[in-house]
Design a protein around this ligand. Structure first.
Ligand SMILES: C[S@@+](CC[C@H](N)C(=O)[O-])C[C@H]1O[C@@H](n2cnc3c(N)ncnc32)[C@H](O)[C@@H]1O
Length: 226
């Protein structure tokens, strides 16, 4: 069963009752997404590489919050984005429409953008605007064939390792890292010891950064050449 909850910054999240897990930090869903994925992923990459186009992979599309904030944010950078997201258990459409994320951005058509992201067909590439395409893949990350050196940024937003250890297994991580271009980054809210040890055996440089409110640390891993 899924329940809608309000987090400390007023933005919604979803609680997965059987797993006893929330989709975001209860200290603020929008705050967390902006800190981990937008600032330390998207902005970091844009400032460093000054790209004109970007390819992003999200593991766990869920509420669509990260895709939504990325699409809104992209407008101020003038770059084009191809956004792929893997999701094994899509949210029921009615529940997605109850989420209050459009209230947290200053864009006049925010509600229609958010709705369009959810209504986009699964397993097809959909054009959301002139410079943002979305491909939502209805599949588990374990069964998704990712192509080598494809993505500039990966938003790794799975449930916590204690709840879903298989999502953080060495085989999933190495598959995801192999899909990142040299110089590309993976960002995640997780900074567990085992996760960092597993990353060390892959071709990445690890940075442990300040986490969002309520969380001490987060991780950014940059793909380095062989
Ligand atoms: C922590 S939630 C985050 C979701 C999303 N990024 C958001 O902001 O709402 C984790 C997501 O991973 C999805 N998930 C669970 N198992 C999965 C799997 N094996 N492969 C892909 N996605 C999975 C869940 O359904 C959920 O949507």
């Amino acid at each position: 069963m899924l329940q809608l909850l309000k987090t400390s910054d007023g933005s919604h999240t979803i609680r997965h009752v059987e797993l006893n897990e929330t989709y975001h930090s209860i200290h603020g869903a929008v705050q967390e997404s902006k800190h981990v994925f937008i600032q330390n992923g998207l902005h970091f990459y844009i400032e460093k590489h000054k790209p004109s186009c970007l390819k992003i992979l999200e593991v766990g599309f869920g509420t669509g919050l990260n895709a939504f904030l990325t699409m809104i944010d992209e407008k101020s950078h003038g770059i084009s984005i191809m956004y792929d997201a893997v999701e094994a258990f899509p949210l029921p459409g009615e529940m997605a429409m109850e989420l209050n994320y459009p209230d947290f951005v200053e864009t006049s058509n925010a509600a229609s953008i958010f709705s369009a992201l959810h209504k986009a067909a699964w397993n097809e590439t959909s054009s959301m605007s002139t410079d943002f395409t979305l491909r939502k893949m209805h599949n588990s990350v374990q069964a998704t064939m990712l192509e080598k050196s494809t993505y500039d940024i990966v938003y790794f937003d799975a449930f916590a390792p204690k709840t879903q250890p298989d999502m953080w297994s060495a085989s999933v991580l190495s598959n995801v890292i192999w899909a990142i271009k040299t110089g590309g980054v993976l960002v995640t809210y997780c900074a567990s010891g085992q996760f960092k040890r597993d990353l060390k055996s892959l071709q990445v440089e690890i940075e442990v950064l300040h986490g969002p409110p309520g969380k001490k640390e987060m991780v950014r891993a940059s793909r380095i050449p062989k």
